[in-house]
Design a protein around this ligand. Structure first.
Ligand code: SAH
Length: 248
């Protein structure tokens, strides 16, 4: 998978993607991240890429020319037709489902805005998919692009240590993940649930499913509307509902 990131801050991208799982995935050639500095495409002698907004108002706007030329360059590097994403608070909300879908792509160009955003004529012309990482405003698209690249990359076979590492993670089946524990067995008087030490895989997996349902019920009940639930799951949810409506 090749990521081409169009940015004013290539160091932010390169640095953040060089650590831990992402760094290893790059070293092993499973992903390839290429940060392209939009400033390299400025025709200004001071490498300027922004200007005042027409119509007035505060802040600066990224000019169309350098962004468009940076995109054309990125496209020329990409062997197949790349998918083009524009990180934007106006975009479609990013989700695990989108990450799964993007993980099947070979080439993704990600455009990061800065300042007040990018001259509308670039997005008119390129029609990128606008993606938002949440209903809040960042000062630049880099952090959003990193979030997208990280979550997409870890779904690529071989990137995580074990294939199944993400199979039961939060959102993968529309539910939140069960609680996790590691050594020591006892921490400040609180012990790890005994079932996890039983070595009985079927019971452990049943316990985890219930905990996963409990977590979702407590923290993100909205997810239960669309999660894939068995009859047994639904019965357990009904039990949880009954227990929480009982008077103290
Ligand atoms: N003036 C714009 C915000 C610009 S923020 C507005 O009100 O809509 C500057 C850049 O940060 C954007 O161009 C975008 O690339 C990035 N950005 C900000 N918030 C984001 C979000 N929630 N998701 C993805 N990218 C975001």
């Amino acid at each position: 998978m090749n990521f081409y990131v169009l940015t004013l801050f290539p160091d932010m991208i390169n640095e953040a993607m060089s650590h831990s799982i992402m760094g290893r995935a790059q070293n092993e050639g499973l992903i390839n991240v290429r940060a392209i500095d939009i400033r390299d495409f400025s025709k200004d002698k001071n490498r300027r890429v922004d200007d005042y907004p027409y119509g007035g108002g505060c802040g600066m706007v990224m000019q169309a020319g350098p962004v468009f030329d940076a995109f054309t360059y990125a496209k020329s590097l990409s062997p197949d037709k790349p998918r083009l994403l524009y990180m934007s608070p106006k975009g479609r909300p990013f989700s695990q489902k989108t990450a799964e879908e993007l993980s099947k792509e070979e080439n993704i160009i990600i455009l990061c805005g800065h300042y007040e955003g990018i001259d509308e004529r670039v997005t008119d012309r390129l029609s990128p998919e606008e993606i938002s990482i949440g209903d809040f405003v960042l000062s630049g698209g880099e952090i959003a692009a990193l979030a997208v690249m990280d979550s997409v990359s870890r779904l690529i076979p071989g990137v995580l240590g074990k294939e199944e590492s993400f199979a039961r993670e939060s959102f993968s089946e529309g539910l939140l993940e069960y609680p996790q524990y590691t050594r020591p067995y006892e921490f400040m008087g609180s012990e790890v649930p005994d079932i996890l030490l039983s070595g009985h895989h079927k019971n452990i997996s049943g316990w985890r499913r219930k905990k996963s349902l409990e977590e979702t019920f407590k923290k993100r009940p909205d997810l239960l509307k669309t999660a894939c639930l068995t009859e047994e799951d639904s019965a357990y949810i009904n039990e949880l509902k009954k227990n929480c409506s009982k008077p103290e």
